[in-house]
Design a protein around this ligand. Sequence first.
Ligand code: NI
Length: 172
Amino acid sequence: MAILPIIEAPDQSLRTLSQPVEKVDDDLRRLMDNMLETMYTAPGIGLAAIQVGVPKRVIVMDLSHDEDGPAPRHFINPEILWTSEDLANYNEGCLSVPEHYADVERPAQCRVRYLDYEGEIREEEMDGLLATCFQHEMDHLNGILFIDHLSSLKRQIILKKLRKAQKAEATA
Ligand code: NI
């Protein structure tokens, strides 16, 4: 397995519309294994393929706590079939927006369809952190970041700080 570099905002490649996967094969499974290793190392709880520069509709997640052991999840060509009217508020972060967190309101529950690691079609009801994280990662596949859900002022402040931190890192 390999740890892949994570692309950070405001890199425009994060704005790419990711394309559906045509075949769930060993190459795709290798990509997902590498994405999970990258995510665990970061550490984070979710990662979309575009965050490692691959514009495919692929998400990996693991919401387990360390003491339970790992519980990797793989979502290929995910779709949101239904979202609830009730909303939930979570303090979100993102590996592509490092060290910034903000409250984002999203539907509290959703029903989703996807292909799993073996390429089997699955449907699932989600709520709580799972529903939030899934919707956050789905956004990535459509070129959307959690900061896009904030006011323009808040977003600009975060982007300015990110650019400043990246500049400092580049010259260090
Ligand atoms: Ni993210």
